[in-house]
Write a protein that binds this ligand. Sequence first.
Ligand code: 13P
Ligand code: 13P
Ligand code: MG
Ligand code: MG
Ligand code: MG
Length: 381
Amino acid sequence: MRLTLSVIKADVGSVGGHTKPSSRMMATVEGEVAKAICNGLLIDGFICHTGDDIAIIMTHTRGEGSSEVHQLAWKTFLAATSVAKTSGLYGAGQDLLADAPSGNIRGAGPGVAELSFDHSLSGARPAESFMVFAADKCGPGAYNLPLYLAFADPMYCAGLMLPPMIKGFRFHVIDMDNTAGDSLLELDAPDDSYHIAALLRDNERFGIDRIISRTHGEVVVAVSAQRLHAIAGKYTGKDDPVAIVRNQGIFPAPEEIISPFAKAHFVGGDARGSHVMPLMPVPLNTPVTGMYCLPIVSCVGFSIDREGRFAESYTDFFDNPAWDEVRRRAQRKAIEMRSQGWSGAAMLPYSELEYGGFRDTVSGLLKRFRLRDDRKPEAAE
Ligand code: 13P
Ligand code: 13P
Ligand code: MG
Ligand code: MG
Ligand code: MG
């Protein structure tokens, strides 16, 4: 069967400030997804949250960009929004940027990552397993570095030296500043890996859209690399990306994929979406309550049975004492960075500040600047 994995994530309201969705919102989303499984639209579904962003992870056979699946997610987020509104929660419906998008909701606000494959549990994939990364309080290129390291650097993924992977992977890089549409460039690792790095170093402009095995032609990674401000015409929020990553066998193993997250690398995001702070790996359903509002990322893993179901059990990758060490380091890096407050590299450049108000403050001041009159006085006649 041709199986599609769809992950659609949105921030539609949260309790006590931008911390987490309410239990009633989560129950509403679970109810809608359960109905869609019952009526055959979906094969399976799983709901979790990262900070105040709710992710719906789905399997189905309707293909990528299916209007039925996308509309289900949109209506589900609308239902959660109305729960949030009734309860007076913060930011109700904040990521639903379009009024009533018809069909595919890519570009309407929620993060969408999808990939499809022939699911036969034979040949190159006698078992199918994958993981989903979901981030909150950060920009769209948050996975640029960790995915580059896992799929293009044998220092992180020794598996790249094995015959099924030694030809490398093809990166589809997206230019998120192009508002005309999805503007993509395909570059192969390892041959073009310096070119790939030259683009991916700019987390705010370039992102990984997908990664494909050069040996097997199979899609291994799909990321929701889009900028909300490019969509809405103004900066509406950080983009909090989701990513699907298939693993094992012809692809890197889970530990090779998650080990780059041990860096807790600096990304744009954090408080008011306007700082540069470390990305902290956290367990599923972690609220944002730390002292700074750190960028956070969760990672859940599934296996898929012959019928395309996965919800029987899951693995919460960052819920392990090994990651406590990384969390402590992330917190230490955060304290160091924040000790310089608003100065220089600690905050994002002017064009990337999520809160437009910062720019309004500065543009008000810019109007008051005057050229110094340092011309020599005219010689008296
Ligand atoms: P197992 O022996 O648990 O299958 O693990 C093997 C392995 O290759 C880990 O990367
Ligand atoms: P959210 O994207 O979760 O709403 O967070 C935005 C923000 O401004 C954090 O300070
Ligand atoms: Mg929020
Ligand atoms: Mg959020
Ligand atoms: Mg956000």
